[in-house]
Each structure stands twice: as structure tokens, then as C-alpha cells.
Design a protein. Sequence first.
Length: 91
Amino acid sequence: MSGAEGFDYRTRTNGEVHIFHHGKLAKMLREAPAEDFLAAVKGGDAQAVMAAAVGNDGHGGGVHGSSSGPGTHLHGNGAAHGHQEFRRKSG
């Protein structure tokens, strides 16, 4: 095994492939990329193929901890709102 773990995928009747990492949606593929992914899973290590598909193949990309990548549009990366200091009101 390649060391990648925690990945799972599901296919939909419309041809979409949804790849999950530890139960959270990491990537959605459609059309040709989805077909290529399914062919690669059948011909190799499924965990490694899913890790490569979402960019978590051990070369700096990833689902967790990256400010740009496949997971950021799902959970946000904080870029939309600047830092704001909060103070307790006295009195």
C-alpha cells in the first residue's frame, strides 16, 4: 500500500464520482476526468489513485491544512474576512 488511507468514493447515476477523505467530500469529478479516475481505480491501488485525484499524494498538496486546494471551497480558508479584534464591553 502507498501510505494513503481514509479515502472512499461513490458514483452517481449521472456519471459523477464523489471522492471522500475521512467522510468529508474532497473532490467531485465529472465526464472524462470521472471516467479516467474509474479506469485508474480498477487498474491500481485505489487509495493512491484517490489521493492523487484530490492532490493529497504526498507532494505538498492536500485536503487538510492547505489554504488552496480541493477542500478550501467547502470549508473556507479565511480569506473572505479580515482579522477583527473583539473586546468585552465594560460597564
